[in-house]
Design a protein around this ligand. Structure first.
Ligand code: ADP
Ligand code: ADP
Length: 230
């Protein structure tokens, strides 16, 4: 699903060069649920933004679902992103002036879908995350957990192959975090590949696989390896 080899990312400003990723190698297979952990500033968000075609990389290769991303122009990149990828963020990123129905509609309109298909997808996505009775509500009228569920509905309405989540439970109390995690597990069980950045060790431990990013390089954490090497 995702194959990055030797991917580096350098941010350059007048005074400093920051090596956010250094020759990162990472393969995520179709159907996996991967949790990405690592210290602050280690490159997790940069990795996710590159994986999601939101940012370009400086060198290396990235193949997304069989498509070599290098050399695609902006238009081709955003088409690929819209067809294949859903995003969820720590801060939900819902549009406050739109109700839930219209929030979920935004990426579907962007894809140029007809009204009937959009309506059907929006209603299904919101119902699937337990918000079928809240479609006319505005984000501010909902709890944090409900807002994140709405953001998940927005990400899923387009049937993405890959769901990328950046600290999706970071703004939620532990009970809401667990229920969002259960929803992500359901989504994964139905076939969507998930890559989730998290600081929450308990949630990371529930994923099938843990990848640790330190200083812009990724390593697989095998369960128990910390104890084994201690
Ligand atoms: P998180 O670790 O929660 O994903 P952010 O991605 O917001 O947090 O930021 C991670 C680090 O990247 C921080 O040290 C932040 O200062 C830095 N950072 C984010 N965006 C920029 C930017 N545009 N310019 C410089 N540093 C940035
Ligand atoms: P994490 O998500 O693990 O906290 P990030 O990927 O946000 O780490 O950041 C990795 C490094 O890249 C940090 O040193 C951060 O300050 C830097 N960085 C991130 N975004 C930018 C940016 N837009 N411009 C300059 N430096 C950035």
């Amino acid at each position: 699903m995702l194959n990055m080899q030797d991917v580096s990312k350098i941010y350059r400003t007048e005074l400093v060069e920051t090596h956010a990723l250094r020759a990162l190698d990472l393969v995520v297979k179709e159907g996996e649920f991967v949790a990405v952990t690592g210290p602050s500033g280690s490159g997790k968000t940069t990795f996710l933004n590159i994986a999601g075609l939101l940012e370009e990389f400086t060198s290396g290769s990235y193949v997304l679902d069989g498509v070599d991303v290098k050399g695609l122009d902006d238009n081709a990149r955003s088409k690929l992103r819209n067809r294949k990828i859903g995003f969820i963020f720590q801060s939900f990123n819902l549009i406050p002036d739109l109700n839930l129905f219209d929030n979920v509609d935004v990426p579907l309109r962007y894809r140029g879908m007809g009204a009937a298909e959009r309506r059907q997808r929006i209603e299904k996505a919101l119902t699937d995350v337990g918000l079928g009775s809240r479609m006319k509500h505005y984000p501010a009228e909902l709890s944090g957990g409900q807002q994140q569920r709405a953001a998940i509905a927005r990400a899923l309405a387009g049937d993405p192959r890959l769901l990328l989540a950046d600290e999706p439970t970071g703004n939620l109390d532990s009970q809401m975090a667990r229920s969002v995690m259960e929803l992500l597990e359901d989504i994964n069980a139905r076939g969507t590949t998930i890559v989730m950045v998290t600081h929450d060790a308990e949630l990371a431990a529930r994923a099938q696989r843990n990848v640790h990013i330190v200083d812009g390089m990724a390593t697989d954490l095998q369960r128990g390896s910390v104890l084994a090497s201690a």
